[in-house]
Design a protein around this ligand. Structure first.
Ligand SMILES: [Zn+2]
Ligand SMILES: [Zn+2]
Length: 255
């Protein structure tokens, strides 16, 4: 993993939040810090509408896109507009489809504080609290994520913090991501992957992206000790540090 200045700064960071959702800095604040830290590109990847702090409608995403353009003009840092969409049910439906007009890319992640179908809410509740890690549950959880990938692979570029919320067969999930051309995020804010696990995940050939999930400007581009020790087990060629426009699925659809 090449890093700029020192080992604790990312080259680019495509997972940050702003005041548009529950971040504490503006889009411009994030871009200014990105510039100070020497990043070339920044992603504002805001929560989808079903999240308690999510942007509510397509109009909000238009405003976000406008803020990204302005921040880019003021700082010279390329600022992409993204959504961190939510999983809404066991079939893998997510909440991004009518927002794509303003978006440069789509990320998907499992979150709590999301208004889901009641059946899915209780599913998640029981899997987290009552019997989280039995073999049978892990199999069911894995199927949910596989459904998300299968249903949305045409649009989704990144799966954020894939090991958060509930336990899955993460190697199986990584294989599906590789086949669907979805980047496996190593989230520097919350990552519970062990060194043994990362070796097996990397063996699938899946490509990784590192995201800070910064909710405050000072954390933009930050690489932490939660992720840094894992990087020695991943071939450099498997870590995407810059998302080429030609690889963004929405952009390709427009062409
Ligand atoms: Zn998230
Ligand atoms: Zn996030």
């Amino acid at each position: 993993m090449e890093t700029k200045k020192d080992n604790l700064v990312l080259i680019n960071d495509y997972h940050t939040h702003s005041v548009f959702s529950h971040g504490v800095g503006t889009v411009l604040d994030n871009a200014i810090v990105a510039k100070e830290k020497g990043l070339n590109e920044l992603g504002i990847c805001e929560h989808g509408p079903r999240h308690a702090s999510g942007l509510k409608n397509a109009d909000d995403f238009k405003k976000l896109k406008q803020a990204c353009i302005e921040a880019e003009n003021q700082t010279g840092v390329k600022v992409l507009c993204g959504i961190e969409s939510n999983v809404l049910d066991k079939n893998g439906n997510c909440d991004f489809k009518d927002k794509i007009e303003s978006l440069d890319y789509v990320a998907v992640g499992m979150h709590c504080k999301v208004k889901t179908k009641p059946s899915f809410f209780w599913y998640l509740f029981f899997r987290r609290k009552i019997f989280p890690n039995t073999k049978k549950q892990i199999k069911k959880n894995t199927q949910v994520i596989l459904n998300v990938i299968e249903k949305n692979k045409k649009y989704v570029d990144i799966f954020t913090h894939p090991t958060r919320q509930f336990k899955t067969d993460i190697v199986k999930v990584a294989k599906a991501m590789k086949e669907a051309d979805i980047l496996f995020e190593l989230n520097t804010r919350s990552c519970n992957i062990t060194e043994d696990e990362i070796k097996k995940i990397a063996e699938t050939g899946v490509k990784f992206i590192i995201g800070s999930d910064a909710h405050r400007p000072s954390r933009v581009g930050e690489l932490t000790e939660k992720v840094e020790p894992l990087l020695k087990h991943i071939d450099k060629s498997q870590i995407v540090t810059k998302i080429e426009p030609k690889l963004l699925k929405l952009k390709n659809m427009e062409n």
